[in-house]
Design a protein around this ligand. Sequence first.
Ligand code: MN
Length: 207
Amino acid sequence: MGQKILVVEDNELNLKLFCDLLRAHGYEAEPVRDGREAVERARAFAPDLVVMDIQMPHISGLELIERMKSDADLRATPIMAVTAYAARGDEERIRDAGAEGYVSKPISVIRFVEAVRGLLDAAAARAAAVETEEVSAEEAPELAAESDEKAAAEDPEEMATEAPEAETEKADPSRHSGEGRTPPSDEGGDEETGEEEGEMDPGSSPG
Ligand code: MN
């Protein structure tokens, strides 16, 4: 019987992809669609590993990682965060929250499975070490190296300009849709005043 992996992911397609992938590699995958159920479900399922999406409604994966890492029953369970829009600051926050691993979306199937295996191996080694004597958790240098390499492969300058946005507690994805592109003909046109309060429709246009 395979090791148990709890997959927390709000996106149905990703959830299915991750679970199918894990099952194809012999793991027992348990899907969780709603992050609000994640901690409870983790306690009930007692997984060997948690795959954690970061961008979710209601509760962010970051917060869930923090909760699990402050839970006596769950803190030893390795967590692999999966996130899109990864800037460098994001990875740091994810690691600060306590995640042992990190993979960016869209995932590479091979990297995903390798990361899962690596975390499970590291956790098993840690558990074995703990049996003989207590040991501090300073593992997974290879994972850090891997994501550094990945980050370097992408455009570092673009990511650097994006990074400050991640500072705000709740990143609002809708901000991106309007920003940066100006519609060809807007009624106002006097954006240079800096005032944007005239956006509301006065109701003069009955559809
Ligand atoms: Mn998501």
